[in-house]
Ligand binder design. Structure first.
Ligand code: HEM
Length: 406
């Protein structure tokens, strides 16, 4: 695949999300994409590579020209099929996306999210207590993995003993990203999806009998009372909320802690002035965001960044590259927790702008702020050791991150 891609790609660029080395550090590969006209590559199918800040925003804002519906026959059919045929808000255009998004938008307003703050602080405290007792701290296993899955499970009204099972399913499903376009999805990933689906089918039946104040009960009511949601859409909704709210926030915490560990002066500045945390989280999202890229399909012939894009062509919208565009950010390769302004696009832009952004920002700042407060000598255990990333290019995150407490 690497060789095939190299020959199909303009000679000065290398873009191969399925290459482990590319995934380990994609940022140098983005640089050539930030100058000159927008490039087209051939991955067996032609794709536009949008990397510049202006091009990324232009595509995300223009949902009429750039559809979020995954087209058939582009090599991703297996991945799409595994999630069933019902649309999700992420993979649909108006009016479907508008209808689906409206059903949950009330549950994600900043005010609703502020109500969750004490519970999130409590979860962070308990996790850090456990790390302190052990005397060892792997940021991923001890804080970044469990915290978001616990919060989202709470929101969905899932019993605490199911957290780990949830996390295992979600990890497996995310690995499907790694399957080359057109290749079959491994059986274990398929079974993780089937099990998660059956789990939610049972949960839906349970909430129908005993409704609660949780989001699953609210969505079941939307299905039963107003038929605003059909049965498949309801299932897809739950799966999307679980997946989207889980791995992304985990990786904000992990990638953010790594950036702080590699920039001890920033960590010291944050300790001295905890008020900087809000801006620091924005910088973590900009500098090494959890979502590297998203995907669109052109619905008509158009021109972006000086390049002709034909109807039906796919677009890799590389938001992590846009976040390092020197035309938008001064010293983009520098991690600066006091950066101002910081109009990063890590949560996307336009009608699909991340609905969970207020929640993710709160979880990130509580998790990282609580760890800094609890461990005054926190630092990377092996600052020079290479770090290892999990399997997905689209969702960038570490497998482990060991930090010393003393
Ligand atoms: C740091 C953490 C997060 C990041 C970086 C992130 C990033 C994104 C991005 C880039 C999009 C837009 C994708 C596109 O336009 O194709 C998006 C959409 C979405 N996110 Fe997040 N997300 C995060 C956390 C969350 C959380 C905590 C939740 C839910 C609990 C969530 C739920 C969603 C949903 C449902 C959508 C689809 C919205 C729509 O299509 O209208 N995300 N997210």
């Amino acid at each position: 695949m690497g060789e095939a891609l190299a020959t199909a790609t303009p000679p000065d660029i290398y873009f191969n999300p399925w290459d482990e080395n590319f995934r380990a550090n994609p940022y140098p590969h983005y640089r050539p994409l930030l100058t000159g006209p927008l490039r087209i590559i051939d991955l067996g199918f032609k794709f536009a590579l949008a990397a510049r800040y202006a091009d990324v925003r232009a595509i995300l804002i223009d949902h009429a020209t750039f559809s979020s519906v995954q087209p058939k026959g582009m090599g991703f059919d297996e991945q799409t099929k595994i999630f069933g045929d019902a649309p999700t808000m992420l993979g649909s255009d108006p009016p479907t996306q508008t209808r689906l998004r409206r059903l949950v938008s009330r549950d994600f307003t900043p005010r609703r999210i502020r109500d969750l703050e004490p519970r999130i602080r409590d979860i962070a405290k308990n996790l850090l207590d456990a790390a302190e007792r052990k005397g060892e701290f792997d940021v991923m296993a001890d804080l970044a993995n469990p915290l978001p899955v616990m919060v989202i499970s709470d929101l969905l009204g899932v019993p605490p003993e199911e957290y780990q099972q949830f996390k295992n399913w979600s990890d497996k499903i995310i690995e499907a990203d790694n399957t080359l376009p057109g290749m079959p999805i491994p059986d274990e990933i398929k079974s993780a999806f089937t099990e998660l689906r059956s789990y939610f089918v049972a949960e839906i039946a349970r909430r129908r009998k005993n409704p609660g104040t949780d989001l699953v009960s609210a969505l079941v009511a939307a299905h039963d009372e107003s038929e605003a949601l059909n049965a498949d859409e309801l299932l897809q909704f739950l799966v999307l909320l679980l997946l989207a709210g889980n791995e992304t926030t985990t990786n904000l915490i992990g990638n953010g802690m790594l950036a702080l560990g590699r920039n001890p002066e920033s960590m010291a500045a944050l300790r001295a002035k905890p008020d900087l945390m809000r801006g620091a989280v924005e910088e973590m999202l900009r500098y090494d965001g959890p979502v590297q890229a998203t995907f669109r399909t052109a619905t008509k012939d158009t021109v972006v960044g000086g390049t002709q894009i034909s109807a039906g062509m796919g677009a890799f919208v590389i938001i992590a590259a846009a976040n390092r565009d020197p035309a938008q950010f001064k010293d983009p390769e520098k991690f600066d927790v006091t950066r101002e302004p910081n109009d990063q696009v890590a949560f996307g832009e336009g009608i699909h702008f991340c609905i969970g952004a207020p929640l993710a920002r709160m979880e990130g700042s509580i998790a990282i702020g609580s760890a800094l407060e609890r461990f005054p000598h926190l630092r990377l255990k092996n600052p020079d050791a290479p770090v290892t990333y999990k399997g997905s290019y689209f969702l960038r995150g570490l497998s482990r991150l060991e930090m010393a407490l003393k």
